[in-house]
Design a protein around this ligand. Structure first.
Ligand code: DX5
Ligand code: ZN
Length: 220
């Protein structure tokens, strides 16, 4: 099986025990922490911003992967980088002039990533692949944890993977939404190498370590 990384999304974490849950994720082999920033505009919900990024940075040495489900993401680049972001993902659908947004992001010492909603064709970003560090394929509608994986996402990952190769690039593909022990294998087989998982890791029914082990074991 190809190499993959696991980024638990704290969207489903128990915020009254964030310290303990992040520590557990790190101890049990998470490769990064995924932080979902929602603005109540690009998506209906509002989640968190700079104070939480800072807090998580102080709790963990893992890379912080900031997923911005926001319009005008450029307004927060400077703050988020100062707070400890290692990568920042902006949405194709939220950036009318994506190139300009990426140029802005390029002014900071942070990995530049672009996310695509389930209904956005991957072909839309073929012309910017050479200037990004990672692509995020949303396998649910953005805005909430605990949704069901959209199977058509697999074809998008495959098409993107082929295009990346044909352009002679090596950009990792991240997949986010509905990742659990039933969906990991197909996602990785299709070409995803970074899996984001919220409710499959942070869940009342089992420990964070068990959630991570279940995902890893499903790929053995
Ligand atoms: C959804 C977020 C995801 C979310 C995934 O908009 O981008 O990161 O936490 O949650 P699960 O893994 O439960 O689908
Ligand atoms: Zn996310």
């Amino acid at each position: 099986m190809a190499e993959f990384k696991l980024h638990p999304s704290i969207l489903s974490a128990d915020f009254s025990q964030l310290d303990r849950q992040i520590h557990e994720a790190e101890t049990c082999g998470a490769d990064g922490i995924h932080i979902d920033v929602m603005d109540g505009h690009f998506v209906p919900s509002i989640t968190f911003g700079t104070p939480i990024i800072k807090a998580v940075k102080s709790l963990s040495r893992l890379p912080l992967d900031i997923h911005m489900m926001t319009t005008h993401p450029e307004n927060q680049f400077s703050e988020f980088v100062a707070a400890g972001a290692d990568s920042i993902t902006v949405h194709y659908e939220a950036c009318p002039t994506l190139i300009h947004t990426l140029v802005e992001l390029g002014k900071f010492d942070v990995r530049k990533c672009v996310a695509l909603n389930p209904r956005t064709p991957v072909e839309k970003i073929f012309d910017i692949l050479h200037i990004v560090d990672r692509i995020l394929i949303m396998s649910v509608e953005p805005g909430a944890g605990g949704q069901k994986f959209i199977p058509e996402s697999l074809m998008k990952i495959q098409t993107l993977s082929k295009e990346i190769e044909s352009q002679g690039l090596s950009i990792p593909i991240q997949v986010d939404g509905g990742i659990n022990s039933d969906t990991t294998l197909e996602a990785v087989r299709s070409g995803a190498s970074i899996l984001v998982a919220g409710s499959a890791v942070f869940n009342d029914n089992f420990s964070v370590c068990d959630g991570i082990s279940n995902l890893r074991n499903s790929l053995l």
